[in-house]
Design a protein. Structure first.
Length: 338
């Protein structure tokens, strides 16, 4: 019985009170002798009656819309927790912090994706950006992210993981082609693996390289050209998994999507992510959450409240005490490792 009552048409019930008010106003106008008079007092009373009815209907509609808005936000938060679930503060001995902004007003999820998981291979991280922004790119991002959460544990190396992501995206595009909603879809993807010894390996398909933070110095992890984004071309037979040395204690990596660099101010100037990050890491000891908070604050100020594209930031910080034989990760010295 409770389920049946709860399942009654809520829109019909929501219209009940305004309908009753309207019916009362019409009845007053047609049946009340006072409403038929032309005197000033009668007109004032009639005006007051219809004003009260109109005000009541407006307030009722407003309460209904606010209730639906709160419900939609609860659903959006649930969807966000499933797609971009909150990361733990620490993964595999690394401090982790993440932040995300959607370009669609009122939306809390978009086409950017990220995840960090601890596996037997070490900490595996994905950062990606589906074509487009906001709600239109959510399905593509969900397909790639869901595949990563399985492949990160099962895949033997990053090449295997990337191929799994590519197959998941291909299935998503085929399904969208069947229902006539497919377009030119692609996803930029950056895969990182930080082994138990701190060794960093990476595969990059069209995504910006992360920034390496050493003390107060900030530089790109690499400057080599990445592979094409997933979805545009088939993956090559040989996937060049790059090795970039070891992430030493005290060092950090900032992964980001291009929405952070493409945000413009009122004069058309791009957001200076590198310079802003360099200023944010001057305060030591390094706190990833504080750094991301400063970056987002500066980004929102620069773009006057909201960027034109989705933005995702993910920071990994090795905060353990440095051993004497630890060699800090450098952008150029890593390729010499075999």
């Amino acid at each position: 019985m409770i389920r049946i009552k709860a399942g009654l048409p809520r829109r019909v019930l929501a219209l009940g009170l305004p309908t009753a008010w309207g019916a009362g106003a019409v009845t007053y106008k047609l049946a009340c002798p006072l409403a038929q008079q032309d005197g000033l007092g009668a007109r004032l009373v009639s005006s007051a009656v219809f004003f009260a009815v109109g005000t009541g209907i407006v307030l009722h509609v407003r309460r209904t819309l606010l209730r639906e808005l709160r419900q939609a936000r609860r659903i959006a938060r649930a969807a966000q927790s499933a797609l971009l679930r909150p990361l733990p503060p620490s993964v595999g001995g690394l401090d982790v912090a993440a932040a995300q902004l959607s370009a669609d007003p009122g939306a809390v999820i978009g086409g950017d994706l990220y995840e960090a998981v601890g596996t037997e291979h070490g900490v595996r991280v994905v950062m990606g950006d589906a074509r487009g922004h906001g709600l239109a790119a959510v399905g593509t991002a969900a397909a790639v992210l869901g595949s990563f959460r399985e492949a990160a544990y099962d895949g033997g190396d990053l090449g295997d993981v990337l191929r799994r992501l590519d197959r998941a995206l291909a299935r998503q595009l085929r399904e969208r082609a069947d229902d006539g909603t497919a377009g030119e879809e692609f996803v930029t993807v950056l895969l990182l693996e930080i082994g138990p010894d701190g060794a960093v390996r990476a595969l990059n398909c069209g995504h910006p390289w992360p920034y390496l933070i050493t003390g107060t110095e900030v530089e790109p992890l690499a400057r080599t050209d990445p592979l094409p984004p997933l979805g545009l071309f088939p993956l090559p037979d040989e996937l060049p998994v790059q090795r970039y040395g070891r992430l030493a204690p005290g060092q950090a990596l900032l992964l980001y999507t291009d929405g952070a660099e493409d945000a413009r101010d009122g004069h058309g100037r791009f957001f200076p992510l590198h310079r802003t990050l360099a200023g944010a890491v001057r305060e030591q000891p390094l706190c990833p959450r504080a750094v991301l908070r400063r970056l987002l604050t500066a980004l929102l100020r620069h773009s006057h409240g909201g960027p034109p594209d989705d933005v995702a930031l993910l920071m990994l910080h090795h905060d353990r005490a440095r051993c004497p034989d630890d060699v800090p990760l450098t952008r150029h010295g890593a390729d010499s490792l075999s």
